[in-house]
Ligand binder design. Sequence first.
Ligand code: PLP
Length: 408
Amino acid sequence: MRRGARVPRAERESKRMDRIYMDNAATTALCPEALAAMLPCFAEVYGNASSIHGTGRDARKKLEEARRTVAACIGAKPQEVYFTSGGTESDNWAIKGAAFGNRHKGNHIITTQIEHHAVLHTCEWLEKQGFQVTYLPVDEYGLVSPRDVEAAITDKTILISVMAANNEIGTIEPIAEIGRIAQARRVLFHCDAVQAVGAIPVDVDNWHVDMLSLSGHKFHGPKGVGALYIRTGSKVDTFLHGGAQERGRRATTENVPGAVGMAAALKKAVENLEENGMRLISMRDRLIHGILDAIPYTRLNGHPLQRLPGNVNVSVQYIEGEALLLRLDLAGIAGSSGSACTSGSLDPSHVLLAIGLPHEVAHGSLRLSLTDTNTEEEVDEVLKTLPQIVSTLREMSPMYDDFINGRG
Ligand code: PLP
């Protein structure tokens, strides 16, 4: 084909279909149920949900239906669910809102070293505003100790923020236990459940959380929409000032298509949670054991059992994760690595360092994250392709050469 000529659409589509997408912790494809629910909200039910006329009331009806659905999926009351623009905004609102709303009581916040940057960078910013933050360490599996949380509480502690499941290594944290401690000590408890919602059972009462963040695009909903659960009576400041939307706590015209799509996707995910979970765990473990058996000098990162059903994270020694990703991409397989390449830095992931990996091991990490649309055939294909790529990369690796020849 001549340069610049257009590739026929059917061919482009079939190429795309051939690709194996195992980066579902980064984002997921919109599910058909979410798309179908959203479509009428663009050009038919397009009203401003805060307008009092019929067109607005139709939109309001859809928005409140979506709110009821989201609330039911996390065991909350509808009036405790606030729609946001995604996980990052929910985390920012929860942490800054709780910090400034309770400044008169104290200035101390407890979180962990392995939180998402939406939490960590927010806490770092708060430190510049005079707050004090304790960043708790985790064990080799990425588990936070509830006892450490309890020991860190002082009479100045106003907020504890611990994620439900880690986005890189998939470790599921003992949230209910931490929640009980927070409740007993009367400290507000926020949980970033962006990776957990739609993947494992989430119930705000069982977990004793006061605030919980979730994000639509992690469970086959649309991007740019999320929610923050705020328990009735929690003192949390308004984040976006302006109009009186979201009961006066979050200004801006409501994103009705986003909320409706997110609710439809979440309903589907929660209805199929158990069945999908079992299937994913079986594929996940086949991938993990297949990789560890076929490729020497590899290790699993994260907890072997207490981990998200779709999360695989391995360190492959003597190679660079970025090189591995590029080769996998050429082979039509999408995964992600543990180094912070998106930020333009080659620093290895803060999560992998926190679980004790040396820099060079953290550099050779690969995350494959599965969802219900992944297949056993795709797992077979990855297990066939990955060892070949690793072996080619190791042949070119001076680190591996030194190791094999006893110089490393
Ligand atoms: N928190 C966690 C644990 C995440 O994994 C992510 C996204 O990767 C976020 C927060 C941010 O979510 P969003 O992309 O919706 O802003």
